[in-house]
Design a protein around this ligand. Structure first.
Ligand SMILES: [Fe+2]
Length: 339
């Protein structure tokens, strides 16, 4: 292989075939074939970069050969060679992908020009193909990097949530199992409501840390066994806002902030801290409110025993539309999520 571009000349007539070979051989590596069938065979053995193809040949006409070449090797450029009598079919043949046609007897410079033009087109196409491949390669690398970054982010997200959860557990034993159960319930409600998978997962993580603000509440009040006085209630009611402030410093916990700050809002607007009403309350918070209440009713408290399932149900129905979002209560009951 001498590195020169390859040109295949297909012509049944000896003289033009020979003279074309002479004109082209200094610049290109030239192969010849004496007819369409031989030309197509040679094409398979050693694909050229460009074919100079006679239109009128006894074994197979040039237009048929051209179509066959383009079918098998769309990348190979074809220049047609035609006698005056076949000029119409040469013009027609350009439609089938030939770059141009030359009239017989051909001019030496015209031949060199048209062959060079065809090869230039092929070279440029090859460069574009390589650039495209390079781009695809780079895109692939970039996509893999994005997946990696996402995984790392997810890990730090989960790690942060876990650290926050441990921080609340250390302070308030009640919240330990509570947070996890509220998270499981919220997840189940979200799924039953047909929320997208990502939203359900985000809901679960948010519910896990909904009470994070209790870190900032006086421990003696959290652990008090007897009934609370007004001042103590006031102190406890600060936990949604404290929690909001804690997580607002963590950008990827933005959605959790909505749950943390608004999980004590009531559907009729009498909740805290903002007194939001109905749909003003973020949807995720409305779900966690119901899950939070269900879990609380399922536990023994210092001032009462855990409630049986039928009592929890009637409490939910009673609070539907006042304390709770009726749509959430509806789903909980329909899907039998209290067991
Ligand atoms: Fe809470």
């Amino acid at each position: 292989m001498n590195g020169k571009e390859k040109v295949l000349v297909i012509d049944d007539e000896l003289m033009p075939r020979y003279s074309m070979q002479q004109v082209l051989k200094d610049r290109y590596s030239v192969l010849t074939a004496t007819g369409g069938i031989e030309g197509l065979e040679s094409l398979e053995n050693e694909p050229p970069d460009l074919v100079v193809l006679d239109i009128k040949m006894p074994d197979m006409d040039g237009v048929t050969v051209l179509r066959e070449i383009k079918k098998r090797h769309p990348d190979i450029e074809v220049v047609l060679l035609t006698a005056y009598a076949s000029i119409e079919s040469a013009r027609d043949a350009v439609r089938f992908g030939a770059i141009d046609y030359l009239m017989k007897p051909f001019d030496k410079d015209d031949l060199l020009n048209v062959v060079e033009r065809g090869l230039k087109k092929k070279r440029e196409r090859e460069i574009r193909r390589l650039e495209h491949e390079e781009l695809l390669g780079k895109t692939g690398i970039l996509e893999r990097q994005i997946v990696e970054v996402k995984q790392n982010l997810m890990m730090s997200y989960e790690g942060t949530v876990k650290a926050l959860l441990l921080a609340i557990d250390a302070k308030d034993q009640y919240t330990a199992g509570h947070s996890e159960h509220v998270a499981r319930l919220s997840h189940a409600i979200g799924e039953a409501m047909g929320l997208p998978e990502e939203a359900v997962e985000s809901l679960r993580q948010s519910a896990l840390i909904h009470d994070i603000g209790k870190i900032g509440v006086d421990e003696t009040i959290l652990k008090k066994r007897g009934p609370l006085i007004d001042e103590e209630f006031k102190e406890i009611r600060r936990h949604p806002e404290i929690g909001g402030r804690i997580v607002s410093a963590i950008p990827f916990l933005e959605e959790a902030t909505m749950v943390i700050v608004y999980h004590h809002e009531k559907f009729n607007g009498t909740g805290f801290p903002a007194g939001l009403k109905g749909e003003e309350i973020p949807p995720m918070a409305r779900i966690v409110t119901v899950a939070d209440a269900i879990d609380a009713m399922m536990r023994d408290r210092p001032y009462r025993k855990r409630l049986p399932a039928d009592k929890i149900l009637s409490e939910l129905l009673e609070g539907s539309g006042t304390q709770f979002d009726p749509a959430v209560v509806d789903i909980v009951i329909k899907k039998g999520l209290i067991v």
